[in-house]
Structure formats: structure tokens, C-alpha cells
Design a protein around this ligand. Sequence first.
Ligand SMILES: *Cc1c(COP(=O)(O)O)cnc(C)c1O
Length: 378
Amino acid sequence: MSGVPLIDLKAQYAGLRDELRAAVDGVLESQRFILGPEVEALEEEIADYCGAGHAIGVSSGTDALLVALMALDVGPGDEVVTTPFSFFATAGVVVRLGARPVFVDIDARTFNLDPAGLAAAITPRTKVIMPVHLFGQTADMDPILATAERAGVPVVEDAAQAIGADYRGRQAGTLGRLGCFSFFPTKNLGGFGDGGMVITDDAELAARVRRLRTHGFASQYDTSEVGGNFRLDALQAAVLRVKLRHLEGWHEARRRNAERYRRLFAEAGLSRDADGGGPLRPPVEAGHGRHIYHQFVILTERRKQLRAHLANKQIGSAVYYPVPLHLQGCFADLGHARGSFPVAEAAADRVLALPIYPELDEDAQRRVCDALRSFYRV
Ligand SMILES: *Cc1c(COP(=O)(O)O)cnc(C)c1O
């Protein structure tokens, strides 16, 4: 019996080889590598796909977050309210700007920032609220936006895992003042290297992000403020333009796979529902929009033993994220201890991501399910 990898980028590449090579060839023939027509075309296509007024290609998802916060003047003395259960960059960019991340615990069902705790975290120093749309499902944005509005504070969406997800019919990334995407190779839309995008409906903010992306140049060698080199390159843009044409199909394939796991788990007595039942809790769809299943994350006890069992059967799995942000060593001076954000801590101890990539077929999903059954002896 063959194994099942957590993700199989070679399978995706095999289906697109000719298209991708032609796109890369086009850039090589043009010898234009930084920004230029490919990047501009991708920006237009992403703006169209999301229904956003402006899109600015940048060097990574991390830099998208960084430059979005810079465009909102986040700096020393400011606070940015966000979730403790995310990829490191969500809080890293805040600290890099000299500001302080203020964490709000998560919703146990969706792993996203729990709006119930948000109002209490707002202070006169709050500069931005930054929800994360974790694993491909948006945070519950209406109450978050309402709290932000009352506080008079802009929202920046960390939509690095959620391009194409929606919330009550509105695309992830268009719900706040600025939205940030990552094109890291393993994201639902992934390049052949690092890349990212900032989207916004605000023309002035878009212009500022554009300037900040190239050192803060207002025009050549007329520098309005200190930015950085956060540019997207043409090779990434050319690759991403090809892949963008397939993105909807991939999202739907991931959703089909998620449904299939749910059915297989239920049939096998593996899933735990409201009445208790099996040993696993499959991902919960909050019902407020399309989940694009960047990751299919179950909750389980005995995770360490389960992972070893799966590895033994050559089934890929991963833990996103084993250490919540408030317990990272580099944020020790924020003064949080274990117990500060108990829901995030409980999730960090129990989450496990299983293979969900679009090319995964039913046969492979049955092998994953069989491996889970043999571990739990159901
Ligand atoms: C991937 C990711 C980022 C960072 O994106 P990079 O392109 O890797 O810099 C930020 N936030 C979240 C939630 C992510 O998943």
C-alpha cells in the first residue's frame, strides 16, 4: 500500500507543465524580471478575482502584512489586536514595526479570533485590528468590523491562507481596509518562490503601498518616506497568472475532498459530533461563507502517537501550530504565560492537518481513513 503525502506539488506541476514552461519562457525572452507587465497583469487579475479596487504585488505574504501596517502608520507605542493562533508572521510584523501585538483568544470551533473578546482588547493605543482567516475559512467578520467601526480603527485582514474564501458573499481580503495574500508555494495559489499581494479599495492607501514597495520613492529618486524593497518579480507573476486560471477548480476539489473525509469518518465511526461519538473532530464550517480548505485540520487527543502511527504508514500530517504566538520565546516580554489564552493553547495541543490537496483521490483518502481506524481501533 502506497503512502499519501501531506501535499503533492509535483502532481499539480505535472498537469500544468507546458503552460507553466511557456509562461516562464516568456519572461526569460523579455528579460524583464522586476515588476513590469506580468506583475501588472497579475495585479489586475487578482483585483478582478476578489472584486477589489486595487492590488499591489509584493515580495511575500509577510511583506504584504508589513507594508499594509506601514501604510497605516503603525509604529512604536501602537497596539495591533490579533489572534495568538496563527503563523508567526502575523505577530512578527507588528513587533518589527516597534508596535505591540495584543492577543484575543480564538473560537474553539473555527480556530479564528473570537469576536466576543475583541472589545475588551481595544485601548486608546489600538491602531489596527488584524484578524486571520485561518486554514481557508474567514473569521466572523461582521462583529469584528462592527467593533472596529465603533473604535474608529481600521481592519487589516491576514488572508494569506484564504484567497477565494468568502464571508456572506464578500471575498476574503475585501472586508477590511486592506487585505493581504501569500503566494508561498504551498498556499492554495502558490508561486515558484516567495510572493504576496495587498488589496484595497482605497486609492490613496494603494498608492502609498506602491511607493513603500519601492523604498518610498514618490517618483524616481524623489523619496517621500522610507519604505523597502518589497517588489514581486515577473517570474512569480507569470507562474501565478497560469495557476490563477485553475484556482477555482482547485478550491472546489479541496471542498469535495473535505466532504469525502467527513463521510468516510462518519461511516467509520471516527468523527465526534454534538453527541460525543468518535475520537476525532473534523473541521467545523461556521456557515458564513465558502471554506477553501487550505488545510483540513482535525482535533484529536493522543496526537503525538497518532502522528507516529501515520508516519509509519507513510501518511503525511502536520501541526499548525504547535506553539501559540503568545508563548513564543521572542515575545516573552509581552508577559504572557501558559493559561493566558486557553482556547488557543488547547488547539495548539490537539490540531492535526491531514492531506487535502486537490489531486488527492478517493482511494488515497480511504487509506488515510484506514490508518486512522487502525490507530483508534474502530
Ligand atoms: C503563509 C502565511 C503568512 C506569511 O506568508 P509568506 O508568504 O510565507 O511570507 C502570513 N500569515 C499567515 C496566516 C500565513 O499562513
